[in-house]
Design a protein around this ligand. Sequence first.
Ligand code: MTE
Ligand code: MO
Length: 261
Amino acid sequence: MTKKKIKKPLTIDQKITRRNFISFGVFGAAAVGCVFGWKWLYNSPIEAKGITGGAHKPLRRALNKTEIAFRRFFYSENHLVKTYPKSMAAKIVRYNSDIGIEDKKPFNIATWKLQVKKQNGDVLNVTLQDLKALPKTEIVFDFKCVEGWDQISYWGGVKFTDFIEHYNLHDQTQLQYVGMETPDKTYYVGIDMPSAIHPQTILAYEVNAKPLSLDHGAPLRLIIPVKYGIKNLKRIGIISFSNTRPPDYWAELGYDYYSGL
Ligand SMILES: Nc1nc2c(c(=O)[nH]1)N[C@H]1C(S)=C(S)[C@@H](COP(=O)(O)O)O[C@H]1N2
Ligand SMILES: [Mo]
């Protein structure tokens, strides 16, 4: 006959000691993990300077992953930014920042031409009259600046997709990005293609139904309601298309490349 070994039940004190041991063990392991994780991150290489502004590589990887996830879940070409009646638009439109439009010599609108650079090197030259001959699209929306202000404003111009249609640039919109620059190339933005071909993106030549003033980006500026003000480039000189991220003035200084709303 074998004698069954009976396990003695633990006393309350023993149970508490055991739990303490387990929880301190877990806590300690987590703390060690944090220290090593931090060291790993701290010593990880910095991304190559260029398009974005010097973050640790693993952090940038995480940022890019969240960007993709957000775009997938929250962004859709059918999602429209809220619009308002014209009566709600500001009569005096706020003016902010003038990189690439602060002229030493007065800027000559009459000789301005929009240069459209295709990926194969072809260049189209488009005049303001050419653009005004295309169907006009108007929008009243809440313009938002990353500095913390916003304003309902009323813009008019050519819908970017109408421009693509008219100049038969469909092959270019198969690429991933659009780049835009001021004529002097000192302010420049990169736009992901889904945002560029969003139905509310326009090449604007009017504000409050009047030609743009120089301060607001005459003769032509980008109005892209799905993005913060920084991407709404004033005085477009060059538009180009590419599969790699075009340089972006504020992204180079550490702002989010996407800068979407
Ligand atoms: N060329 C150029 N475009 C620009 C800027 C700039 O400095 N230069 N600033 C941007 C920023 S930060 C904002 S908020 C808007 C402001 O446009 P507004 O002056 O017409 O209000 O323009 C954007 N486009
Ligand atoms: Mo801004």
